[in-house]
Design a protein around this ligand. Sequence first.
Ligand SMILES: [Ca+2]
Ligand SMILES: [Ca+2]
Length: 209
Amino acid sequence: MALGTTLTRRDVWQIRRTWGDLTVVAATVATGALATLCGCGGSYEVIKFEPAQAAEVALQTYDKNGDGKLDSKEVVESPALQSSLAKLDTNRDKAIDAGEIQARFEAYKSQSELVGSTVTVTQKRQPLMAATVKIESEPFMGTDLPVQEGTSASDGSVSLSSSSEKMSGLFAPGFYRITISSTGAADFVTGVEIADDLPTAQRIVVDVK
Ligand SMILES: [Ca+2]
Ligand SMILES: [Ca+2]
């Protein structure tokens, strides 16, 4: 089925349709947030992608000097990887290699299939109203995940909606690019890794410069 259609208890959530070496897993909806937003509950099947392939695509995309790792200059092209460099860099060589990216995608396998995240926009630490927010998966995660968008309220909070209504505010674990647009200012772009084991990524606060 296509994303965006009405989900029923037995529907297959085909988050990944075109990625190679697809693995189908049965996922139990674990988060209360998801159950609430769906008005449902129970089990879904989620198609996940192959961690090694996501890592390989990331390297192919950003490793301009071909040394097999992404240094601080190369990751500028991927705001989410840039924001996660220190955390991903487990061997402390100040760069991200395919194995380090793959390890994160492997870790998601034991985490929730979808993670609920909220976004608040501030400017100089004060709530920024009427800013538009777009959150999209980084290209190495494929093109099937829906874009999430919203506009900040007077308290800076953003109610996200997605082309797949049932996924509004819910994210497959991974790396996301956030673009904030507000009147009279250039777009502000940043990135985030969203995952179960990153509580701060579930309450994203973007302070626009
Ligand atoms: Ca490199
Ligand atoms: Ca490293």
